[in-house]
Write a protein of this length. Structure first.
Length: 451
């Protein structure tokens, strides 16, 4: 049940705190149920009728005040009216409950005491009586079926045993159930699980049999708990339930050997700088010194520049030309131009072919990545695969009527109302853009409902 509820007229129906204490009210505003907290697990409950008690005994002081007021010629003071109490039970299940339904059981009462309980009829006759301790003399027998008292037309009281007592409140859509049974921290004693020794030094004594776990058992439980945590990141079929273990077992047959067949490192090897420098210098030709240079040689100068004697020896060995052949002009042997070098590098290192286009993405990847398999036309000379999405025209709400008036009367116009700051709206805009692009390219046939 909800902790709070209000009637259609706006008044509070009931309001309970997490500890169980709180109030329930009638639509008239009078209190129906009052629950107070005794301890962290025990409560007291008081239940009232919606009709105030017409006659209540007053104190002697109040009677004197009314007599003196009447003697002075004043008006007679009205009697105070309070709500009629229908049920009261404390934490030890001591109290009463009375049937006020007006039916055949009207006036029946259940009276709970420390020793037991009794049921009395409207004429005062005790129809049932029993004690909580069944071992006492004249303990009686408790009822075999639940006893139900209709407190009023909105509440009912149900008794099954001392620990199972329930009150149901239903009024104009407000529904709540209260557990009024006895609450104890424990229902048994350690003597109930004790064995009497028949031999040895403790002969005749009761030895409690307390369940405990050995250190080995606790270590096994800890290992199982840690195994369950490891299975979250790296699940194994033997650690999972029968519902999914067979699925994970089939995946393990394929992927468990992947790490053994594929080896790689997550970091650069220590010699990466030397290898990178050698590859860079391998593509740069040696240059002879003219003899007029002055100052110190910086950077790669000691590696690139050579005096004429060493350059002549290196030239005879073919070590001066380190530029790859695809970057040199076949006729002159010199460097190619900028455009030719770019084309040559692309031929040697072609782009990986993509198999599809991201239609529902933001769009910037679709235009940059070349995906073969499209149709070549004036706007797509390379014949790459085009994105199906076409941007939707943005029409403000104040411009909607003007926009619709500018469209042909035979054309179906679909407007999508979206927000830019909502994630679901952005996803819907991507899908609508794909549909718009398919309609513009004629990819939707009339059989599927497209135009």
């Amino acid at each position: 049940d909800k902790p709070e509820f209000k009637y259609p007229n706006g008044k509070s129906a009931f309001s309970f705190l997490p500890d169980g204490s709180g109030f329930a009210y009638y639509p008239s505003g009078r209190p129906a149920i009052c629950v107070s907290t005794v301890s962290s697990y025990q409560n007291r409950c008081y239940i009232y009728d919606d009709i105030p008690a017409p006659h209540l005994p007053t104190s002697s002081a109040g009677a004197v005040d009314r007599r003196s007021s009447a003697a002075a010629g004043g008006k007679k003071a009205p009697r105070r009216k309070r709500e009629t109490m229908l049920c009261a039970l404390d934490e030890n299940v001591i109290g009463f409950a009375v049937d006020s339904s007006g039916g055949g059981n009207h006036g029946r009462r259940m009276v709970f005491t420390k020793e037991g309980c009794l049921i009395s009829e409207a004429d005062g006759r005790i129809s049932k009586q029993w004690k909580w301790d069944a071992t006492l003399q004249n303990a009686g027998t408790p009822p075999m079926e639940p006893v139900v008292l209709v407190l009023n037309k909105f509440m009912s009281f149900s008794y099954t045993d001392r620990f199972t007592i329930e009150v149901a409140f239903k009024c104009e859509g407000a529904t709540c159930r209260l557990d009024l049974g006895m609450k104890l921290r424990r229902l048994d004693s350690y003597l109930d699980h004790a064995d009497r020794m028949t031999s040895g030094p403790h002969f005749g004594k009761l030895i409690p049999q307390i369940e405990h776990r050995t250190l080995q058992q606790r270590q096994q439980d800890f290992s199982l708990a840690m195994s369950a945590k490891r299975s979250i990141l790296n699940p194994k079929s033997e650690n999972l339930s029968d519902k999914v273990s067979h699925i994970v077992a089939e995946l393990e047959k394929t992927f468990d050997q992947y790490s053994a067949e594929h080896h790689t490192t997550r970091f650069l090897q220590p010699e990466w700088k030397t290898q990178s420098l050698d590859m860079t210098l391998g593509e740069i030709p040696r240059l002879p010194l003219t003899g007029t240079e002055t100052g110190k040689t910086n950077g790669f100068g000691e590696t690139l520049y050579m005096d004429k004697g060493h350059y002549r020896d290196a030239e005879e060995k073919g070590e001066t030309k380190r530029v790859p052949e695809h970057l040199l002009d076949a006729r002159t042997g010199g460097f190619l131009g900028d455009v030719e070098v770019r084309n040559a590098v692309r031929r040697v290192n072609p782009l990986l072919e993509r198999t599809g286009v991201l239609n529902a993405s933001s769009g910037r990847y679709c235009e940059d990545l070349v995906v073969p398999g499209g149709k070549a036309h004036a706007l797509n000379p390379t014949g790459k695969m085009e994105c199906l999405r076409a941007d939707l025209p943005i029409v403000r709400s104040k411009e909607l009527e003007t926009f619709l008036a500018s469209c042909p009367s035979s054309q179906l116009v679909v407007c999508v109302c979206l927000r830019e700051d909502d994630r679901q709206c952005r996803s819907a805009a991507s899908v609508a853009g794909v549909v718009n692009g398919m309609l513009q390219r004629g990819l939707v046939s009339s059989r599927t409902g497209g135009t």
